[in-house]
Design a protein around this ligand. Structure first.
Ligand code: NAD
Length: 252
């Protein structure tokens, strides 16, 4: 990677006081979790099951849970990669207000970003919840119950539908996380979008908001995104080596 670009990135990070780092599936591909659209990704094999379809029939819920167990196995085995580690080092500097992630894998936190600094706008794949009463359910218990009965799980407390605590297409976004992300974005003085195709809305609305708010937007992604035209700096490269080099430059 061109040293001038790393120098520029490091300079911007150094000057920032309230930086926001927005991440997508591309920050976790190094960890063996396929992204959404690249070949071989979970979702290139199956059309995603939309929220209303999940609600519509026990058969669809069974299919959704079977797919989710495979994703959960992959996530559980994964360890933070170079990009997660670099973002955690940046967060240690004290000028990263929030890491807003679309990922459900919890790897930013496992790399060392404090939990209260991470906003998971698409939920968390390590647990499930009842859609009626909100009761927490463990994935292992859901899996065991489904293996025993062959049926998708119902809540032991209220009989409601149990779903992984992740946001499906067509499902309402979590209000608090959206409000916190919006506040952090409006307050940011530097906004990095890393490893995201920036095609999934409303999440991708945050870099748009940053840009409209005249906050410098930096996009680091392996391939072009639909929002490249809004950014002050666009880097088409693997995020790990780029952010790793920025961290190394800042340490010197
Ligand atoms: P996406 O697949 O649409 O985009 C990922 C982008 O990252 C792609 O453009 C790809 O070229 C790029 N990329 C892949 N590896 C990279 C690397 N090492 N360095 C730099 N860029 C890299 O993913 P998205 O924008 O996050 O949207 C997909 C949705 O699916 C998200 O909302 C997310 O909730 C969900 N998802 C989550 C996970 C996870 O938790 N790890 C994985 C897949 C999908």
């Amino acid at each position: 990677m061109n040293d001038e670009i790393i120098e520029e990135l490091a300079g911007r990070v150094q000057q920032a006081r309230r930086m926001v780092i927005f991440t997508g599936a591309g920050v976790s591909t190094d960890s063996g979790i396929p992204d959404f659209r690249s070949p071989g990704g979970f979702w290139t094999k199956h059309k995603p099951i939309e929220y209303r379809e999940f609600l519509s029939s026990p058969e669809t819920r069974k299919e959704a849970w079977t797919r989710f167990f495979a994703i959960h196995d992959t996530i559980t085995k994964a360890v933070p990669g170079e990009t997660h580690r670099a973002i955690a080092r940046l967060a240690e500097r004290g000028n990263v207000a929030r890491v807003i992630t679309q990922n459900i894998d919890g790897l930013h936190q496992r790399a060392g970003v404090p939990h209260d600094q991470v906003i998971e706008i698409h939920g968390n794949g390590s647990l499930a919840r009842c859609l009626s009463c909100g009761a927490r359910h463990e994935i292992a218990e859901v899996r065991e119950a489904m293996m025993e009965t062959g049926e998708p799980p119902a809540c032991g407390t209220c009989g409601g539908i149990v779903k992984s605590a992740t946001i499906s297409f067509g499902q309402a976004m979590p209000e608090q996380e959206m409000a916190d992300s919006r506040a952090a974005t409006l307050d940011a003085d530097l906004f990095f979008a890393v490893g995201s195709s920036l095609q999934v809305f409303p999440a991708a609305g945050f870099p748009v908001t940053a840009s409209h708010n005249h906050t410098p937007l930096v996009i680091i992604n392996r391939e072009p995104t639909g929002l490249d035209g809004l950014a002050q700096l666009v880097i088409h490269a693997d995020a790990g080596p780029v952010l790793g080099a920025v961290v190394a430059k800042l340490a010197n």
